[in-house]
Design a protein around this ligand. Sequence first.
Ligand code: PLP
Length: 432
Amino acid sequence: MTERKILLDENEMPDKWYNILPDLPEPLPPPLHPATKEPLKAEDLKPIFPMELIKQEMSGEKFIRIPREIMDIYRLWRPTPLIRAERLEKYLKTPAKIYYKYEGVSPPGSHKPNTAVAQAYYNMKEGVERLTTETGAGQWGSALCFATSLFDMKCTVYMVKVSYTQKPYRRIMMETWGGEVIPSPSNRTESGRRILENDPDSPGSLGIAISEAVEDAVKNEDTKYSLGSVLNHVLLHQTIIGLETKKQLEKVDEKPDVIIGCVGGGSNFSGLAYPFVKDSMNGGIRIIAVEPSACPTLTKGEYTYDYGDTVGLTPLIKMYTLGHDFVPPPIHAGGLRYHGDAPTLSLLVAKRVIEAVAVKQIPTFEAGMIFARTEGIVPAPESNHAIRVAIDEALRAKENGEERVIVFGLSGHGYFDLSAYDSYINGKLNDT
Ligand SMILES: *Cc1c(COP(=O)(O)O)cnc(C)c1O
């Protein structure tokens, strides 16, 4: 019998995160101050982030120790399983072996608490009492409300208005963990008021919500801001996914040929893939980032300096971007509707170490349905992008008669996204 679930004991959980900065093929272009356009200094970030996270953001250390208190919380759901998708392989009649790393076993149901817990912890250590943030689909907001509740901190979440309306269950989950949830754009901030003056019916966007959350943090002494993706320290915390996956593959004596993940800002993808990037640079492994055609940052964006938010409060970072005022159409994979990408990921795509593809919405749901009916788990609409490309790779392996090893990231479950599945099942999805 082949092993279905490759599990690690709790004491086999990695106790360090992997920092890709010193291993990049060339130095990362520095973030620039939004007003002066000079390279950013650590002090510039102090109004919004605690010192330890600023240090991690700029660190040249390859490995950073995970504090004991964070390890203890990780153990609520980690190590997460690596699962052989045997029933999916049989359904596809492919000689390829398909494995998926499942992050949906965390309490909020995605990879996001890997960094939310770390960020809440370092803020708590430095005396911060409240965190602000933005959320799109509600995944990040719920992860941060979960994390702050564990450290008795307050949390204010600016939630993109279209999701606030479409996804009440995520809002209720955030409130259950003690968070305050505000539909964005809101009247609470100058940034929000400015948007509403021009467009009272604005559906909102992640960029707008970021502007509101940053403004709230800057204007309040006891408050800092927290970001769920894109930044170096966020991707760093997510590397526990790939470090575990590496150990799990070694356990079954397997070497991956292809690694696949979906990309919004790039955190779950990088978390899974970065520990394998050096192997990829030496040849042998292909690493594929998958994004929606409705928000094709890596495949159609420009690699240039841009703001992280809509209003232009955040530093300028060099990344693939569709422009900071780009408002993507309201596709169901809300977590993939960001106008830019992580700077390290952007550099690795520009250097062709990592490949990028864009897929349309309907084929991603087709893939998600196949997965649900073979492997059982109903995937998050975001994760369906990775499944789509994993299935395509497995079918290509079949055509070529190759026994390849495909690993993909199942970043979360879709049990709060059933209305999206309802639309698909009833033929109401469209691909514009
Ligand atoms: C937020 C989210 C994503 C996209 O964000 P990344 O930072 O690109 O990982 C993908 N999948 C799920 C389930 C998410 O919640």
